[in-house]
Design a protein around this ligand. Sequence first.
Ligand code: MCN
Ligand code: CUM
Length: 798
Amino acid sequence: QHADDGGPQPEKHCGHGRGGMGESVTRKEDKRFITGRGNYVDDIKKPGMLHCEIVRSPHAHARIEDIDGSRAMALDGVVAVLTADDLLEHDLATMPTLMDDTQDVLVNDKVKFQSQEVAAVIAEDRYTAKDGAEKVEVEYDVLDPVVDAEEALKEDAPLIRDELEDQEDNHIFDWDTGDKEATERVFEEADVTVEQQMEYQRLHPAPIETCGAVADWDPGKDKMTVHMTSQAPHAHRTLFSQVSGIPEHKVRIVSPDVGGGFGNKVPIYPGYVVAAAASYVLERPVKWIEERSENIQTTGFARDYDMTGEIAATEDGVIEGVKVDVLANHGAYNAAAQPSKFPAGFFNIFTGSYDVDAAYGSLTGVFTNTAPGGVAYRCSFRVTEAVYLIERMVKVLADELDVDPAEIRRRNFIPSDAFPYESATGWNYDSGDYEKALDKALEMADYEHYREEQQRRIEEDADKLLGIGISSFTEVVGAGPGKQCDIAGIEMFDSADIRVNPTGNAVLRIGVQTQGQGHETTFAQIVAEELGMDVDNITVEHGDTDTEPYGLGTYGSRSTPVAGAATAVAARKVREKAKSIAANELEAAEEDIEWDRESGEFRVAGAPDRSITITEIAAGAYMNHPGDEEPGLEAVNYYDPPEMTYPFGSYIVIVEVDRETGEVDFEKFVAVDDCGNRINPMVIEGQIHGGLAQGIGTAMLEEVTYDDNGNVTGGDFMNYLLPTANEIPNFETGHTVTPSPHHPIGAKGVGESPTVGSPPAIVNAVVDAMSHAGVSHVEMPMTPDRVWETLDEAGLAI
Ligand code: MCN
Ligand code: CUM
């Protein structure tokens, strides 16, 4: 199967000591990060640079009567106060969102969420800009807000988007998926049905670095350069050009080092546009950097799904049908960052790892007076919500039937010989072996032992209950086939460009943009593997639209499935040309040249002593190129994946629940992941650890909350609680390898799996500790008081 040009490479053939596939190469980027030499947007300083501070609304819903910037302008060092009127002159008062809505850059008429952008103060330094912002006087006519999605749909709810023609209420969309009638029939005839309502609370990605930009209009070259925190520089360039009217070849977006993205840096935010508009008008560079609470309160949030799930099954626990109804709070604009054609992202993969006959999902999207967003935070376009739904529902069913939750999964898994598998909602799963991953996790967790221990504690009326939670999730990543997936009309392919230098080293340029995932190392490993080069001899460049090939960016764990494939294909093109140069150098026929993956050398068939390395070939390409070939050694590939990839895993979480305090302690945390062939096991391990920590934050701590007046009450790190080393247990990780059959190197994505897969395992564990007393659900975040209340209601509290 390890054909040089086609099939995926089995893992056992990987690792030849050159830093290729399967080797835990130390991350190249870490040298500069850990020695303080990273270069983030706020590190960029340009001569004559001005600073921008945004004036934000204290109200969630209010009409602007007047804005008076005169007291701000009177401050020494304030250069300009910008309002919507100023932007209107340049046609920049509004901007399109990624879901075809229109968002105010600076509020023109009516504020629609707290902290929305109302005006901007531009000053010589940051402190003056901030002082100036405090002196801008805005007169508001305060209106009643509505922050809850259910309330927003009521007839007497205030109309938020009254500027839109034909918008009579706060309803955005109804969307459904699956076969409604077939599903109803299955439910009518089923032995057993279970139902559970659950909320996936509003979260915020909270990367360490907030969002920001340095915009620099050069009137000499008519060129706009924007350094910005972007997960998708090329897509942002195209949108920037469309919004501003500046031709695309005169716009350069540079995304330098990015201090975490987690989906927060996919959308375009008003701050970026204001900085660019200010630079254009004032003809000086302008920097805008968000503060922490601005980031949490205004930029792309995550989740906020209110879901009601139902399962129909036989009395033996064989699942026949799944139904789900969702109310989705999208905030004041429909601005989710996801492929344009999917109003609910990839939520419709909600049948998960199970072979289900019929499924039906219906969703309603709603405007509220809250910040816009919805798709972020390691979510794979809302697969987080889908996995939470199905993995929680399976536990509900297991408890209803009194069947072991591991056993019930086994009875329903899509069998490993059923792939490629088409799900009831139309997804084409490429490969999987769910039982293998679950078995491995059960063994690592010492499952039987803990089940006995759990029973013992119940019988002895122990102060601390034991709970065991499982999640056997399936992900879908690698958007996407261009025909299905686009961003603002641009097909979601990706790209790689490899140039081999005369001295035998190479530069790889990729269309994706790392925010900490380690692409400078792992993408070099793909080239090392495919060309027999040493990984140290390959430099990876990304994030500059002037030099990199066009790509759609890093999110939805698509870098490996799409740009990783492009890199492998481009490297194989280089290898083909290298063969012809090898033939020339070795004075043999091209057909007789073989490439040996193990040694990385090109050889004459049947004459193993006549061989040549890629370094010698590189020299030949520039110094002695064959007459019938162009000189040089390089290749480009734009890769449109035929299908997405379906990583999966089984997580087992064992918790102790304190009956006196409601506190939850992690006793054991096992994560078995399968992302197909692995490029760098150590990088994968890092991704898993970080993602599991975020899963714990999700399940136990994090939530953005609003009061009835629309004030954000969870909008800073005093109230939005991120997990720290104190809350994070020791993770035990394991893996299985089920290669993707259609990916050139058999790899699937992994970046989001741990955050997608872990919250239901954690909630299942806490519920499991109390299910003998009839508890079927605890909402996230599972704070001690919430858990204690549940214990109390179940008669378990002491
Ligand atoms: N990898 C590998 N072998 C595989 C699959 C992946 O070695 N079979 C490696 C890749 O080469 C890459 C890393 O694992 O270095 C993640 O790869 P992939 O799953 O392709 O995901 P992306 O690179 O596209 O990263 C995006 C994903 C998303 S969408 C979010 S959100 C998230 C995440 O990554 N944001 C992150 N992980 C993050 N990690 C950090 N440090 N910072 C973020 O902002
Ligand atoms: Cu959904 S967060 Mo990531 O896709 O950038």
